[in-house]
Ligand binder design. Sequence first.
Ligand code: SAH
Ligand code: SF4
Ligand code: F3S
Length: 449
Amino acid sequence: MKNNCVYIETYGCQMNLADTEIVIGILKSNGYDITEKAECADVILLNTCSVRENAEQRIYGRIGNLKTLKADKPHLILGVLGCMAERLRHELVEDKKVVDLVVGPDEYRNLPSYIDVAFAGEKGIGVKLSRTETYDDIMPYREDGLQAFISVMRGCDKFCTYCVVPFTRGRERSRALDSIINEIKELSNRGFKEITLLGQNVNSYLDGGTDFADLLSAAAMVDRTMRIRFSTSHPQDISDKLLYTIASHPNLCNYIHLPVQSGSNRILELMNRTYTVEHYLGLIDKARKIIPNVSFSTDIISGFPTETEEEHQMTLEIMKKVRYDGAYMFKYSPREGTKAYKMDDDVAEETKTRRLQEIIDLQQTISLEINQSMIGKEEVILIEGRSKKSNEFFAGRADSNKFVIVPVTEGVSEGDYLRVKINRGTSGTLFADFIEKVNPRSDNLALTA
Ligand code: SAH
Ligand code: SF4
Ligand code: F3S
């Protein structure tokens, strides 16, 4: 008998990408085949995101779209995984009856049995959150490649007042160090060159007496030719130990994603972010002292309830002070069930839009200035492949996560490290000349310039 075929699409953050690989791992070991084409599938799964209203709207649109496939294939099962499954289970399977299956982030182990329930004509519903599930023992399914994401912890206990994640992902729990290190070893053996360790707040990683700094050290030592990145750090919990650890391993990237959200202490308090602008700026200074050439990116929300024009200006101010290399910028979106949902969403839509645009414009200017100031400097980049725009160029990334374009050179291929010299910069991209190939094993482990 032919195996059932599953098609899966992933939305939202990197945690969802990592979860999809876990889901595929589970499905494959239960005899399912994976297909790249929705039309060929017996089961269609959407791994979804609830973080903002428009993320959910987009997925509702996609469900509507995929439902038309049921006309020709009545046995087709349509399922929602991820954060929307957790948040909208009633709406999705009971009220609107738009899907046959909803399975939340802590129930993927049982996904095959929920699919069986759906094949039998019932609704497959698995949305229990767990205090312990980390999928430690499940090997995620990954195609060969250079870069991989590994979840090192799940859930979030921070309860920022605007955020659904603590509700859709449940309580914080860390995965065992050994299982993470074994996975990195396996990826190293398969030729992977860059690992990103993931969690909603990686700084609260704890396995017995092992904290996140210990985990980073252990990860860095698996394979010195492999770059290690991590995301996301909460500004409250970054320790000096963590900063010194980053500084002491050449293959731990000098790049920290440190979401600030707002430049106003009053708004930060309403958001329950638990730090002040002063604490945050102190942290940035300290990190810059301990880790030479460290770069930062951030997340910013515009138009949180009661945000005044002056407070919006404070956000622009902190951006000018820090001078982020990059930023993810969003309009506040009220999410039912969160604390902020009870506050009046009183910043007018056009004001939110205008403030967001000012934030985006400022970041563009800063990124452009930073990138142009790099002209003439040397960087070590990891070649990821050909540039999407031209076959005559390679695309790669610097230690700082900056995107670098360099001409194709003989003897160079994907996965090589190159020393290059920057000759041009736009706000999103650096252009460089080839200097030499770097062998990280013999060249004093130098993955930075
Ligand atoms: N745990 C991570 C990421 C959380 S989600 C962190 O704390 O940084 C990624 C980003 O989405 C958040 O940092 C925040 O800027 C944004 N976000 C979360 N909820 C939002 C909401 N209700 N409206 C607008 N942006 C939101
Ligand atoms: Fe959401 Fe805050 Fe947790 Fe990040 S730290 S996931 S923004 S609650
Ligand atoms: Fe979205 Fe859930 Fe990630 S809400 S951002 S997919 S944790």
